[in-house]
Design a protein. Structure first.
Length: 213
């Protein structure tokens, strides 16, 4: 553990990773050794520092590009293609050219489409999970292969129906109403799970089920 701490501190001082030091055969990193390498950097250290510098520069550039795109309300692609820098944002927003307005509308449409797709996936997962829950409960009571096949034949189409229903609902309802449907389905599934768990406990303990004498 002490040696790992030494390598980590040495790596920070040298501007590389501890993995790089280990690859170069370092198992310890005394202050004297670190000082000697800093004063007379070997070729591997020079190259490693350069790679790290280039990587960090690219990361800074990417962050700046994403920030610029967000401020303009366009896709990152547009900023890259047009060579737009952070200093251009204020001027462009003050008097938006036609291409900027078009790209902003395109980006907004993309955001709305992605949100709709995500909501559709979530509703689909919720409805299909509900079908699977009931399907599974029926399979648990199946005594023969024929009963299993019969249950499968009955429930597979229900899964497809649930997927179609999710697509239709997302297309017809507002996002708030779709979200409300998801919440209702999840709440019902939770109540069903509690009910099943309670019955299992009652059976295991020999406690009479509610409604039975």
């Amino acid at each position: 553990m002490t040696r790992l701490g030494e390598l980590k501190r040495a790596a920070q001082q040298l501007g590389v990773t501890s993995t790089m030091l280990r690859e170069q055969g370092w198992s310890t990193a005394s202050p004297a050794r670190v000082k000697a390498v800093k004063e007379n950097p070997p070729e591997w250290l020079i190259k490693a520092r350069e790679r790290r510098r280039v990587t960090r520069a690219r990361q800074r550039q990417l962050r700046a590009t994403k920030t610029t795109a967000a401020r303009l309300g366009v896709q990152v692609r547009v900023v890259k293609e047009r060579g737009i820098g952070p200093g251009d944002v204020k001027v462009l927003l003050a008097d938006p050219p036609e291409w900027l307005t078009t790209e902003q509308q395109r980006r907004q449409a993309q955001i709305e489409r992605e949100a709709k797709d995500a909501l559709c996936r979530e509703l689909t997962d919720t409805l299909v999970t509900s079908v699977h829950e009931v399907w599974f409960q029926e399979l648990k009571t199946a005594a023969t292969d024929a009963e299993v096949e019969e249950a499968d034949a009955r429930w597979v189409p229900e899964v497809d129906r649930a997927r179609r229903e999710a697509r239709d609902l997302v297309g017809e309802l507002t996002p708030d109403r779709v979200r409300a449907r998801i919440d209702r389905e999840r709440s019902a599934a939770s109540r069903a799970s509690v009910y099943r768990a309670t019955r299992l406990v009652q059976r295991a303990s020999g406690t009479p089920e509610a409604g039975r004498g």
